[in-house]
Write a protein that binds this ligand. Structure first.
Ligand SMILES: [Zn+2]
Ligand SMILES: [Zn+2]
Length: 476
């Protein structure tokens, strides 16, 4: 039996001819998969040849398992798959309660006019600012009463210890907890800005405190690492941060893959060493970077989130897009409720997009014997060698965010295993918004699949949509 027996055909072809597979215009900022594969070697420390990097044997996972040992089944299932609804969200917004220029009601009205169903007010938790004060919650409550059709979450942008004001995370809590008490105690005890001593343990304590004090009816708070590489020397630094937090508990669900401040000259306000790639943080945009590394390690974190980080829309200043104007995170929720939104974030049931290029994006994996298709956030177990059908389906609206004719030029399928990550296929959408990739076999050791769509622009960064991953295991 050839050592390549378990390698899916398309994976093998992709590895051997990765450069050929990159169409003109797609490699402007994104390194070719071979380079990406090299970046993942940082974590394996074992491999030497890129060709063997995608070999199932190279993963070294477990002994030979007879194919018959595993019946296709769901390992992690989202209860509302195929029966939920899509809602448009922006959960990173500032107001005059911190350094934003507009009131809560102003941003709610604008978000509504740009089609948001859900927003979160997430002012900075700096102790000298007014987030998490009684007035903050009163203003949010007033907008909730005024716009009962919208879901308006109360949150904070946390200065994460031990980095003073350099690293941020969105903290969202259920309205079923005492929001004022929870957020104000969190701010006073755990915000790192202005502290005399900066200790990583304080972040760990904060996550434990949230778990003990802000879980209601089984709904946990959601913490998301914002603009993750903005102040790092390398986007790979984010991996150790997430690993440290996930050792404490699962409250940190992932990254803000596409930062806000998309109207800035330095996109995302990425003014230091690391720059955005096609408007996304390289942790997501560079195949094999931080996100894929975590996924390859078996850590399910989600990064398909694109927000406004709205502060002000003055052209002479930050020039931010309003919530929903350019960046969108679409959540697939079981119902229209604040807790359902938190559950969908936690489940990974969402995608992010720029420029309104796509709606209802669904990456699915289908296999004979599986009760239904699997969707992002879910995990399935299949015997090695099992054939799977991978599909991306979406609605491409007639008009984009500027009211111009819309299009998605190419959809890319990204495969990740313990040692490597690469783009394994690229295809155009059919006229009915479907891409069906060539069927492939599941390699021993399994793989994780994620997808993204791209509008290629010659004179500007591309516009992308990005899905969360589906995990395929071949062992239990
Ligand atoms: Zn921030
Ligand atoms: Zn912010």
């Amino acid at each position: 039996m050839s050592r390549f027996t378990h390698i899916p055909y398309v994976v093998l072809i992709a590895a051997l001819s990765a450069v050929i597979l990159i169409p003109a215009g797609c490699d402007r900022e994104t390194p070719a998969p071979i380079i990406a594969v090299e970046s993942l070697q940082l974590n394996s420390g074992q491999r030497s040849a890129s060709k063997s990097s995608i070999s199932a044997e190279a993963s070294g996972l477990g002994a030979e398992t007879p194919s018959s040992a595993i019946k296709p089944h769901f390992v992690k299932q989202i209860d509302w798959s195929e029966k939920g609804i899509w809602v448009k969200t922006d959960t990173h917004i500032h107001t005059t309660f911190s350094d934003g220029s507009n009131s809560v009601e102003d941003v709610v009205l604008k978000a509504k006019s740009f089609g948001c169903d859900v927003i979160a007010i997430t002012d900075h938790a700096d102790r000298n600012l007014k987030a998490a004060t009684p007035e903050y919650l009163e203003a949010i409550e007033a907008s909730r009463r005024q716009h009962s059709e919208m879901i308006i979450l109360a949150g904070l942008e946390w200065n994460i210890p031990p980095w003073g004001g350099d690293e941020h995370a969105t903290v969202l809590v259920s309205p079923d907890v005492d929001e004022w008490k929870t957020l104000s105690v969190f701010k006073s005890r755990f915000d790192d800005l202005g502290l005399m001593k900066h200790k990583a343990e304080l972040a760990e304590e904060a996550l434990r405190w949230l778990d003990a004090n802000a879980v209601k009816k089984g709904v946990k708070p959601v913490v998301i690492y914002n603009h993750p590489s903005r102040k790092n020397d390398s986007s790979m630094e984010t991996v150790k941060h997430v690993l440290a937090w996930r050792k404490i508990n699962d409250l940190v669900i992932g990254f803000e893959g596409a930062p806000g401040h998309q109207g800035n000259k330095a996109i995302g306000s990425y003014k230091r060493k690391v720059k955005t790639v096609d408007r996304w943080d390289p942790v997501v945009a560079t195949v094999g970077d931080g996100w894929d590394t975590l996924l390859g390690k078996g850590i399910d974190v989600w990064a398909a989130r694109a927000d406004s980080d709205f502060h002000n829309n003055r052209p002479s200043d930050l020039n931010d897009f309003w919530p929903g104007q350019f960046s969108e995170t679409w959540l697939y929720v079981p119902k229209r409720s604040p807790n359902a939104v938190l559950q969908a974030f936690r489940a990974g049931s969402f995608f992010g997009a720029h420029g309104h290029i796509a709606r209802q994006v669904e990456l699915t994996v289908e296999a004979e014997g599986l009760a239904r298709r699997a969707y992002p956030g879910e995990a399935i177990a299949l015997p090695a060698g099992k054939s799977i059908t991978v599909r991306v389906k979406c609605v491409v609206p007639a008009k984009d965010w500027r009211g111009q004719p819309n299009r998605v030029d190419v959809v890319e399928l990204i495969a990740i295993n313990k040692d490597s990550a690469s783009i394994i296929a690229k295809k155009s959408l059919s006229s009915d918004g479907i891409v069906q990739f060539d069927s492939m076999e599941v390699p021993k050791g399994g793989l994780v699949l994620r997808a993204r769509g791209r509008r290629i622009l010659s004179d500007a960064p591309h516009l992308l949509f990005c899905t969360n991953p589906i995990r395929i295991q071949t062992d239990n």
